[in-house]
Ligand binder design. Sequence first.
Ligand SMILES: [Zn+2]
Length: 514
Amino acid sequence: MGNVKAVSPQGQPSALNNSTFSNSKILALNKKYRTVWALNSAGSLLGWDLEVNMPKMGSTPRGTVAAEISLLEQKQMGELYPFLEEADKVQGDLNDYEKGVVRVLKRRQKFFTKIPPSLLDEEQKIAVEATVAWRDARKKSDFQAFKPYLEKTVAMKIEEAQKLGYEKHPYNALLDLYDEGLTVDDMDALFSKLIPALKKILGKVRSEIKYTPGSPLVETRYDAESMGKFNKKLTEILDMPEDRFRMDVSTHPFMESMSRDDVRITTRYEGVDFRGSMCSVVHESGHAIYELQIDEKLDYTAVGKAVSNGFHESQSRFWENIIGRSRSFVSLIYPTLRENLDFIAMYDEEQLYAYFNLVRPGLIRVDSDELTYNFHIALRYDLEKKLLDGKISASELPSIWNETMDDYLGITPTNDAEGVLQDVHWSSGSFGYFPTYSLGNIIAGMVWHNIRKEISLEDKVRKGDFAPIKTWLSERIHKWGSTYAPKDLAKRSLGESYNPERLVEYLEQKYLGK
Ligand SMILES: [Zn+2]
């Protein structure tokens, strides 16, 4: 299949191309940053190894290594501040890439200088304790056992927000850590349009005669070895570059990038319902394509990485849902599926398409389909927001959770394990992370809206001709790394601010044939 070179901006006249970094203050800053970059890269590799290779007993010393590396990183960042201040003084002389470097590093500086190491330490300790307590509480479906840890975590997060400083709402400080510039006002506006529109689509889909909530393939077992062979072929079909990319196995699929030339994904083999394994490969490959296509001129600099969680997730969702669950993609992979999985011969392409796109309101977020997924996020967003500003207390969570699930999807958890206790995020202190999943879906809709004006997606996907799609994504999004702040990138590359109507339009077209 050959390999995909990172798309360089050749042919696209840009005044910036010939002088990515030329200002002497920035060159000095970039030189200092190299050490921070190297420590980050080493940390990424250790993180990958922990999930993929490390024997169980290695976790304690590995935790020490990770903590020491992050201390070194903080120290190196400290040495960089004088250079950053010098560069900041000459903003007027800088090009967009150079301004990007200053912007990104000032954000890191703000975090490290406003949050005292003692608070980070304390948060880390509580996260470890809370995660242990959460695992146990989930097993026993006992929210009361987790509640004190959750209360402690929320209190720490409020303290963190106060230290960071914020306008209007304490949650804004935390949202900004995961997605630069994202605010409660943004998410309120997005969800207030998205949720009613999704309710309408879901209602119509469920009342249609052709609506099938199940497929025998959901219960069909597969053998991991055959599935592994198929997944390998799938990465070839997606034209992932063999010498810069690899795939392994882990409990929870993820993507990790050590550098632009060493990007890795994992998938899992549960032995039943092969969608999970296959869709993880496409999803994580979407993340990987982003990292692989950042402009090489940005290597080892602060802007040589993806811009935000929302944009990252938009790429994985675009590949997983908009491409991976399309009719033309099913056509493309059908022969390879038949070759590798015996039971596929019993199904035609249309049945497979239906299986990939089952709409089934369920209680568990990670198992939900593209039509119901955002309800799960809207619920969590609202709870996080209200916990942070004290509008609700932890003890109210289970009842609000259950009522909202009933309102959104017409189903109610029978216990807290399949309700409020299902996610790891709150025990690990990742408040502010959830909304970026929905933002990713929204941006993926914007990508779909724009790319179709220039490329016949159906046609290219059916032929497995992904190069023009990758080039488009690179030119608009990937190659810039973090040069522009996410909200600026949305306007420059997708023509508007975050707009949920594009996603709604995509879902209406797909599920209602509009
Ligand atoms: Zn993802």
